[in-house]
Write a protein that binds this ligand. Structure first.
Ligand code: SAM
Ligand code: SF4
Length: 449
């Protein structure tokens, strides 16, 4: 039996795709291309309408082969499966399984029955509290040198634009012991760079009676022998504490790179978004990070065209980009996501205006990122290479401690190694350089490049 896994959306979905792959392989299934698969599993996202449209259009494409050959059977799992539910069966008869993100653990038990044309399985998370997790045999990841570990499920913040709390359910931290064991297992298997994942990692432990805080967890994970680089994503500004920065200062293994989504530069809009901070409170937290690590990698998320966003509010977002000078910003035009609160707010903006604002923030951010990256030209940075560059023969890609992508000429032998690289050129997205030393530097946290 041959399967194909298609992942849409965030890093958590990539991890879920990797875990499903490991389970299926353990069950004797073989991975193949979409066109020859007996079973296609789609790990879906519903954060924006566009993300769902992409899945709908992919689902439609399977119809012809299915009508001619009875293949592929399709399983839709994750956030969009939870939101759309059994309607997927009605619209696409080749869909045999629909499972929400908290019920992935039930999927392997029925996978072998999915090719039988009469069976259909609906596994929605009616109870948004419990998690039926996947038991994965062995180590799971698509990149040998990099690993990801989910530290908490769900989210309780209910930002008014966001569907996540409705599809991923209540916030639930995983036990610290389980997280440490997962990171340890990854490191023993050769991972050098590990990222802790959650919708709001800073809330970690708040649901335990006397549990460790996120900074406690960071300290415990950072001392795992053999771990070179530790990252975490996503931080919510309202819960980002000085203790987290202190833990970073104490442990050079924790990378000076933080994703702190601002979402808007206007206090009025932040309030309507239910974000729980003002721009000045946000600025204070950026100040802690910059004071400790002047060259920290800082990334953010920004939504334009939220209901009621005036030209003045929008200009405040442009000002925030100029003020905080992020290395990278994930920008998006507001997309209506019922039942989240903002979907029924008045003063929804026309699509053309949202697009105009999106183009303007993207143009400004591109200029800022370019000017930051130009400053690295001529410098030598320490880069952990972990795979071929997406384009170009003989080119390999890696990351600095501050999470800058660096591309250089190299070979497979450089993967998993920290190398000194002289940067020759920077564009808005990446740095390009040449390897300086013939011998790799071993170990992480050598300097804060
Ligand atoms: N938990 C993270 C946080 O607090 O920022 C983000 C999680 S969300 C999966 C990733 C990003 O999608 C958000 O930061 C936001 O910018 C964007 N996003 C979420 N809902 C959106 C919507 N309705 N329209 C446009 N962008 C949205
Ligand atoms: Fe969505 Fe807000 Fe939760 Fe992030 S913190 S997942 S934006 S509700």
């Amino acid at each position: 039996m041959r399967y194909c896994i298609k992942v849409f959306g965030c890093q958590m979905n990539t991890v879920d795709g990797d875990r499903l792959r490991t389970v299926l392989q353990g069950m004797g299934w073989t991975e193949t291309e979409e066109d020859s698969a007996d079973l296609v599993i789609m790990v879906t996202c519903s954060i924006r309408e566009k993300a769902e449209q992409k899945v709908f259009s992919d689902l439609g494409r399977f119809g012809k082969r299915w009508r001619e050959t009875g293949r592929p059977a399709v399983a839709v799992v994750g956030c969009m499966a939870q939101r759309v539910g059994s309607d997927l069966f009605n619209r696409f008869p080749w869909v045999r399984l629909v499972a929400g993100p908290r019920h992935l653990g039930l999927v392997p038990g029925v996978t072998n029955s999915l090719l039988d044309s009469t069976s259909r399985f609906l596994m929605l998370d009616e109870d948004p509290v419990s998690v039926i997790d996947l038991e994965t045999p062995g180590i799971v990841r698509s990149n040998r040198w990099r690993g990801y570990v989910t530290i908490a499920h769900g989210c309780d913040n209910f930002c008014t634009y966001c569907i996540v709390p409705y599809v991923r359910g209540r916030f639930q931290s995983r036990a610290a012991r389980a997280i440490i064991d997962d990171v340890d297992a990854l490191v023993r298997d050769g991972a050098r760079d590990v990222t802790l994942l959650g919708q709001n990692v800073n809330s970690y432990g708040t649901d335990f009676p006397d549990g460790p805080s996120f900074s406690d967890l960071l300290r415990e994970v950072a001392v795992i022998p053999g771990l070179s680089r530790l990252r975490f994503v996503t931080s919510h500004p309202k819960d980002f504490t000085k203790e987290i920065v202190e833990a970073m200062v104490e442990n050079p293994v924790i990378c000076p790179s933080v994703n702190l989504p601002i979402q808007s530069g206007s206090d009025r809009i932040l309030k309507r978004m239910n974000r729980g901070y003002t721009v000045e409170e946000y600025a204070q937290k950026i100040g802690w990070i910059r004071e400790a690590f002047p060259e920290a990698g800082l990334t953010s998320d920004l939504i334009v065209g939220f209901p009621g966003e005036t030209q003045e509010d929008f200009e405040l977002s442009l000002e925030a980009l100029e003020r905080f000078r992020y290395d990278l910003v994930h920008t998006a035009a507001y997309s209506r996501r019922p039942p989240s609160g903002a979907a029924t707010m008045e003063q929804q903006l026309p699509e053309e205006e949202k697009t105009r604002r999106l183009n303007a923030v993207n143009a400004l951010q591109k200029e800022i990122a370019l000017s930051i990256n130009k400053r690295f030209e001529g410098r030598v940075l320490e880069v952990l290479f972990d795979g071929p560059a997406p384009k170009g023969t003989g080119l390999i890609a890696g990351r600095t401690l501050s999470d800058k992508v660096v591309i250089a000429m190299g070979t497979d032998e450089d993967f998993g190694q920290i190398r000194k690289v002289r940067i020759e050129r920077g564009d808005a997205w990446s740095l390009y350089g040449v390897l300086e030393n013939p011998d790799p530097l071993i170990g992480g946290g050598i300097s804060r490049g």
